[in-house]
Design a protein around this ligand. Structure first.
Ligand code: COI
Length: 318
C-alpha cells in the first residue's frame, strides 16, 4: 500500500526512545502525516509529507461554524517488528457517519485505511514499546476556504497525524454527575465525533476539575436522570453480575472500545445489558452492595476504572 501513496520523507527524524515511550497522550507528533484535499466535488490523491503546520484561511469556516470532525484509533507493535491497527475499518465507518451528519464529503477507504497503513509503516519507529502505550492515530477534517455564508463548505482538507501515547488517564477516574450543562439531545449531534461536542463540554469539565474530579458524568438532556456517557468515554457498570451500559440511541458516541468490550463479554457468555440506567440506580446498587465495579471505555482512555462518583450531595467510591 505504501507504493500507491506518494511519500515525501523528512530528512531529520525526531524520534527518540524517550519521546516514543514516555510521551503523555497527544503531546508529541511523529515524523509524518497524510494529507488529502477535497475540491470540485471529489477527493484528490492522498500524500504523505513531513509533519508540520498547515496554512489556514483568514476567515476559516471551521472557526465560524464548527464544521470540523475527527476520529481516534491506535496502532500496536508486533514482536516481529511489524504493527497492527485496532479496528481501522470501524473508525472509518464511524467517521463517514459523522461526515453525513455534518454535511461533509465521505472519505474513501483507500485514503483512510490504506493511508493509515502506509503512514504507520513509515513511522513504525514511533510506536511505543512500553506496555499499555500505543501509537494514537488522529484523522481530522475541516474546511479549507474563506467563507461567512452559513452553508457546508465546498473544500476540505483531511489529515491523519499520529502520536505515541500513554493511556489518557493513569489511574481510576473520578466523575461528577453534571447537573447544569447537557452534552446532547435526541436529534442533535451527540453520536457524531465533531469538535463542537467537545468544545461544549469543556466548561463543565473545568468546573468539575475545580471540585477535584477528573471530568463529568453526563446525564440525559431531558429528565437529567439517565446516565449517558462520561467526558471523553462511554461508561459501564457491573451490577449484580451483569455489565450494564447505556444503549446507543443517537445521544452518545458509538464507542469502538465499548463495542469491542461488549462483543468480548458476549463471546465469553457473560451477562450484558444495554439499557437505560438512572443515576439513582447506580447509587442504590452501591447502597445495597450489588455495584461491583464501573469503568469508562474509549480509545484514548482504554478501559479506565471509575473511582469517586458524586451526584448532588451524595458521593460513593467504587
Ligand atoms: C478518543 O478516545 O480517541 C477520543 O477521541 C477522546 C478524546 C481524547 C477526545
Amino acid at each position: 500500500m505504501l507504493a500507491t501513496i506518494p511519500v515525501t520523507k523528512t530528512n531529520a527524524s525526531r524520534v527518540t526512545p524517550e519521546l516514543r515511550d514516555n510521551s503523555p497522550f497527544g503531546a508529541v507528533f511523529s515524523d509524518h502525516m497524510l494529507v488529502a484535499d477535497f475540491a470540485n466535488g471529489k477527493w484528490g490523491e492522498p500524500r504523505i509529507v513531513p509533519y508540520g503546520s498547515q496554512p489556514m484561511a483568514a476567515a476559516p469556516a471551521v472557526a465560524h461554524y464548527g464544521q470540523g470532525i475527527f476520529e481516534g484509533f491506535k496502532a500496536f507493535p508486533r514482536p516481529n517488528g511489524g504493527a497492527v491497527l485496532f479496528r481501522p475499518t470501524a473508525n472509518h465507518a464511524r467517521m463517514n457517519n459523522t461526515c453525513k451528519r455534518m454535511a461533509m464529503p465521505e472519505i474513501p477507504e483507500s485514503t483512510f485505511v490504506g493511508g493509515t497503513h502506509a503512514l504507520v509503516q513509515l513511522d513504525r519507529g514511533w510506536i511505543p514499546e512500553k506496555e499499555n502505550s500505543a501509537l494514537y492515530i488522529r484523522p481530522v477534517m475541516s474546511p479549507t476556504g474563506d467563507q461567512l455564508g452559513v452553508r457546508p463548505s465546498e473544500t476540505f482538507r483531511f489529515i491523519i497525524e499520529t502520536c505515541p501515547s500513554a493511556p489518557y488517564f493513569s489511574g481510576s477516574v473520578d466523575l461528577l454527575a453534571e447537573e447544569t450543562y447537557v452534552r446532547a439531545f435526541p436529534g442533535a449531534t451527540g453520536a457524531a465525533k465533531c469538535g463542537g461536542n467537545y468544545a461544549g463540554s469543556m466548561l463543565a469539565a473545568l468546573e468539575a476539575q475545580k471540585q477535584g474530579f477528573h471530568n463529568v458524568l453526563w446525564l440525559d438532556g431531558i429528565e437529567r436522570r439517565y446516565v449517558e456517557e462520561a467526558g471523553l468515554m462511554n461508561v459501564a457498570f457491573v451490577i449484580g453480575g451483569a455489565v450494564v451500559t447505556p444503549p446507543l440511541g443517537g445521544t452518545i458516541l458509538p464507542g469502538i472500545t465499548r463495542d469491542s468490550a461488549l462483543t468480548l463479554l458476549r463471546d465469553l457468555e457473560l451477562p450484558v445489558e444495554e439499557r437505560r440506567i438512572t443515576i439513582d440506580e447506580v447509587f442504590e446498587a452501591h447502597a445495597t452492595g450489588t455495584l461491583q465495579g464501573a469503568a469508562g471505555t474509549g480509545t484514548a482512555a482504554v478501559i479506565a476504572p471509575l473511582g469517586r462518583l458524586r451526584h448532588k450531595d451524595r458521593e460513593i467510591t467504587i
